[in-house]
Ligand binder design. Structure first.
Ligand code: SF4
Length: 215
């Protein structure tokens, strides 16, 4: 991210953190991914089980999975079972019973609304109910002005880039534009708009980082 973008984000962050708190999320801000990672690792207590939602931010930018395992915690990561569909779905089902579920967000509106889109449904389910605690981590690039814009970003940018990354056979892989397709490999099924912390989750933290992370 350019320095001017970071300055801009710093100016806006207080109002975003306040908006998140009004929606009963706990809200945190860090200047760097390294600081955010240190915070995340501190949040996970000995013996707690951890689920990892589909997220490039968590796996590639923060590289958090190996670090959590080094602490001795059990981690359920379905991306490690991409070639074993049965194990993959089993790992996803485990997420609903973990102590801590980690995820990113596809978009965060300035009023504190979180938006996520899922193909399988596991990530959006685990962001609503099941885990005792949830921690969402997102870079400054995920922040947008309104809920409408958050949905637009999620459907037209994050989803398309996810398709491009995996080279699925969908129209958007060719055109770069969502056509609300009916392809067998469509990844867009469940859109979650979190208007405030779901009551079933004991504690829901949102960690914002002044850096571009994920897409
Ligand atoms: S609905 Fe289809 S075309 Fe649109 S982003 Fe999802 S996979 Fe791509």
């Amino acid at each position: 991210m350019q320095e001017i973008d970071k300055i801009y984000f710093r100016k806006k962050i207080t109002s975003v953190l306040d908006a998140l708190k009004k929606k009963k999320f706990t809200a945190h801000f860090f200047e760097t991914p390294a600081e955010a990672k240190r915070f995340l690792l501190e949040q996970i207590k000995p013996g707690e089980t951890v689920g990892i939602g589909g997220s490039v931010t968590l796996r590639e930018t923060l590289q958090i999975v190996q670090e959590i395992r080094k602490k001795g915690n059990t981690v359920y990561d379905h991306w490690e079972a991409d070639n074993d569909p049965q194990l993959r779905i089993e790992l996803k089902r485990r997420h609903r019973g973990v102590d801590v579920f980690l995820s990113s967000a596809n978009a965060i509106a300035a009023d504190g609304t979180l938006v996520n889109l899922d193909g399988g449904g596991n990530r959006v389910a685990s962001l609503c109910s099941g885990p005792k605690r949830v921690i969402v981590v997102a870079g400054a690039n995920k922040l947008v002005d309104s809920v409408d814009e958050a949905i637009r970003r999620t459907r037209n940018r994050a989803a398309v880039q996810r398709v491009l990354r995996s080279q699925y056979k969908t129209p958007c892989e060719v055109t770069g534009v969502c056509s609300d397709c009916h392809s067998p490999q469509r990844i867009c099924a469940a859109l979650l708009i979190l208007m405030q912390k779901p009551a079933d989750i004991d504690e829901f933290a949102v960690v914002l980082v002044n850096e571009e992370m994920g897409y």
